[in-house]
Write a protein that binds this ligand. Structure first.
Ligand SMILES: Cc1cc2nc3c(=O)[nH]c(=O)nc-3n(C[C@H](O)[C@H](O)[C@H](O)COP(=O)(O)OP(=O)(O)OC[C@H]3O[C@@H](n4cnc5c(N)ncnc54)[C@H](O)[C@@H]3O)c2cc1C
Length: 388
């Protein structure tokens, strides 16, 4: 069963809320407050999963460190704060689940979450480009809720990172993990670390590329799952225009559906701003026309495409643009695992090894849902429950 089939199954059961929410309704986690674990945990990666895992360990008073390959935290929640007067999400942009996820992650009823989001109206805000014209229609997938003058990154920066900042060690690219002894040995280019448990949150594409070598080798079923999941390529761009001439979101049919997704959308939607920013989100084969172009070729291509769709209104209103090619990010090398992947492979990805190696992250889940920030956070909650 693929994720899409799982979604259909949930709808057949009579649950008719947006599909990401259906999945969330099918499964949500709570953190156990009790712990019997005494020992040290090493977390590899400071994205949504690694930060959530560290935050929860900190709440429980368990010793831990986070080793992060880059010089910043956030991973695929990366933002740009210089382009315009609200944060531009270069990776994760929408909230695909109920707002209760914020409290689920914060796990402290005395903390009031002030991050705001706004829903879309699928009947009026969604359009489809088909037959050379834009008309109101089903995008084929839900984008659910947009953050208002904030982002997933800001949520983590505000509520999760402050209590654990001093436990994140930056510029530590983990390249070997030896779990043959009781004490696990983790090495980076210039340092060694030991721990009783290790939580791996690196994007699965990097494991496919053999970035980390394991001793002993990971079990056969785990290696098969790692090597056989389809990781979609990922590309985003943002263009500022002097006028708004486009609807809230325009979807494009990618054929076959399993090959990817493409969307032009109003990135200023719901923001307290009078700037007009159009976003391009594309994954899988949808990225092909864009991701190998130079910057000037890219903007020429996009303006020509948009002029064709919106009656020549793009070139005449163009101000500036930025883009993000996720295939070129050294510690991601792609966007995320295809929505239509086989859920059994995903479940295998999420399983722990020898009660020593634990996998948390957007795709290391139980197989019900994957490839979003909330799935990364929930997999971290599940992992911390399992360890402690
Ligand atoms: C273009 C795009 C659009 C998206 N849109 C949405 C959206 O709208 N809504 C949504 O919910 N999700 C969206 N996502 C998915 C979401 O961004 C991810 O699912 C989530 O951020 C992944 O979190 P993570 O912790 O699993 O992994 P990551 O964020 O990738 O974090 C892993 C961390 O590990 C570090 N690392 C990697 N290798 C090593 C190593 N060897 N040693 C040490 N550190 C290492 C990396 O630098 C990184 O910081 C989008 C993603 C992309 C790319």
């Amino acid at each position: 069963m693929t994720r899409q089939e799982f979604i259909k199954m949930c709808s057949l059961l009579g649950i008719s809320i947006p599909f990401q929410s259906v999945l969330a309704a099918c499964k949500s986690n709570n953190i156990n407050s009790e712990t019997t674990f005494e020992g040290k945990v090493l977390i590899i990666g400071a994205g949504a999963a690694g930060l959530t895992a560290g935050y929860l360990l900190n709440q429980k008073g368990i010793e831990f460190q986070i080793l992060e390959a880059s010089s910043v935290y956030g991973g695929r929640m990366k933002i740009n704060t210089e382009f315009v007067d609200f944060p531009i999400p270069l990776g994760a942009e929408w909230l695909h689940v109920e707002r209760g996820i914020f409290d689920e992650i914060i796990n402290n009823s005395s903390v009031q979450n002030t991050i705001e989001t706004t829903p879309y109206d699928p009947d009026n805000d969604y359009a489809l480009f088909e037959g050379q014209q834009v008309s109101l229609g089903d995008l084929g997938f839900d984008i659910d809720q947009k953050f208002i003058n904030a982002s997933w990154y800001d949520f983590f920066a505000q509520y999760i990172v402050p209590s654990i900042q001093d436990k994140i060690i930056f510029n530590q690219l983990v390249d070997t993990i030896n779990y043959s002894d009781e004490n696990i040995l983790v090495t980076t280019e210039n340092e060694e670390f030991t721990a009783d448990k290790v939580i791996i949150t690196t994007p699965v594409k990097l494991l496919q590329n053999g970035l980390i070598s394991f001793t002993p080798q990971l079990p056969e079923n785990k290696l098969n799952a790692i090597n056989n999941v389809t990781v979609w390529d990922g590309f985003k761009a943002f263009i500022e225009f002097s006028e708004k001439f486009y609807p809230a979101a325009v979807g494009f049919n990618i054929i076959p559906e399993s090959a990817g997704q493409k969307l032009y959308y109003d990135a200023s939607y719901g923001q307290n701003s009078d700037r007009h920013i159009l976003g391009l989100f594309t994954v899988g084969t949808g990225t092909l026309p864009y991701r190998n172009l130079s910057d000037s070729e890219l903007i020429d291509y996009m303006l020509e495409e948009l002029d064709g769709i919106f009656n020549n209104q793009a070139s005449s209103n163009y101000i500036k643009h930025i883009s993000q090619n996720w295939n070129n990010e050294p510690f991601a090398k792609g966007a995320y695992v295809s929505d239509q992947e086989d859920w059994r492979r995903i479940r295998t990805l999420g399983e722990s090894v020898d009660n020593k190696l634990f996998f948390a992250g957007t795709v290391y889940t139980t197989g019900e849902d994957w490839s979003s920030v909330h799935t990364a956070a929930r997999s971290a909650i599940r992992t911390i429950n399992e360890i402690t």
